[in-house]
Design a protein around this ligand. Sequence first.
Ligand SMILES: C[S@@+](CC[C@H](N)C(=O)[O-])C[C@H]1O[C@@H](n2cnc3c(N)ncnc32)[C@H](O)[C@@H]1O
Length: 268
Amino acid sequence: MKDIKTAEAFANSWNNLPGGSVYTFDQFEDWFAPLQKSDFKDKNVLELGCGNASLLVHATQWEPSNLVGIDLGESIVSANQNMSQTGFKNYRIEKADLTEYRAAEKFDVVYSIGVLHHLKNPVEGFTSAVENTKSGGAFHCWVYAKEGNGLIIWVVDPIRKVASKLPWWINKYLIATPLSFLYFLYAHFIVALGISFMPLYAYSQWICKRNFMFFRHVAFDQLVTPQTKYIDRATIERWLADNSKVDPAQTYMIFRNGNSWKFGGKVE
Ligand SMILES: C[S@@+](CC[C@H](N)C(=O)[O-])C[C@H]1O[C@@H](n2cnc3c(N)ncnc32)[C@H](O)[C@@H]1O
């Protein structure tokens, strides 16, 4: 339960949003590639750190046989509300610590998006993803990269260390909102002019497809958490190589939007 403060902070983010997913279906697909519908169809799927079920809501469209989402925070309230509105019946949202979670029956697919970098010990989340995947099944993770995030690490992260200690509404409305507005202007400016050498250019191209509310959601998500780590390529390579259950012939690592890593593989 060492991540309980992080989970409680995120619940303030997730439980104060309008209903439904915060992501578009395109974003969902982008986060999961190279996994696609055929990897989920008729499969038993687990999400570690499901937040308000924004990804699970879209995952229903890939027609899994069963969806399970776990989260340590009270975001399970909005997760249940959002899932109940999809009409998909075979789902379960559980309150649990993902680092300790070991399902009685392992899953065909286990994923964790945007979570491991918030854990006190990120490798425990990776190990849990592998441990909860059945033999021949797939695991898939996405984390903030150390590479390409200099601006965030040197400018935003020091602000986060202070802002995350404030009441959530001060953080959201007096810090995240003006900061996200400045970044909104910066991102649209560099993308419109094609200034590709500027920091966060590729990421800005991605996020500029969304409106200001999404910018603010991402900024608040960054600033609300007491714990963030930026994970480099070598660390992920080591996680994949050191876990004896991971099939070394089936792993992948993809640098996404110039500042994050998608990685995964199959369990032997
Ligand atoms: C940035 S959110 C990502 C939510 C979701 N995966 C998404 O992409 O929309 C991180 C989530 O991980 C949860 N979390 C953090 N540490 C956890 C832990 N040890 N066990 C379970 N959930 C945890 C937080 O409560 C939060 O909802």
